[in-house]
Design a protein. Sequence first.
Length: 61
Amino acid sequence: MNRIVNGFKDYLTDWKNLLTHTLIGVILLFIALFAPVSPYLRITFVMAVVVFNLLRMKYLQ
């Protein structure tokens, strides 16, 4: 259980993850202003970012 909590804490405090999520959020907000995007597509983008960041943290550090 401690390993899961530490992994989650590391994920949330990693500056690269924060930057990526911020950029994706700004891009989705910008797109939503001009062309509404379905909620399913937004969730798909967020999940893809999470998976990408988890893989990056596991294999590139």
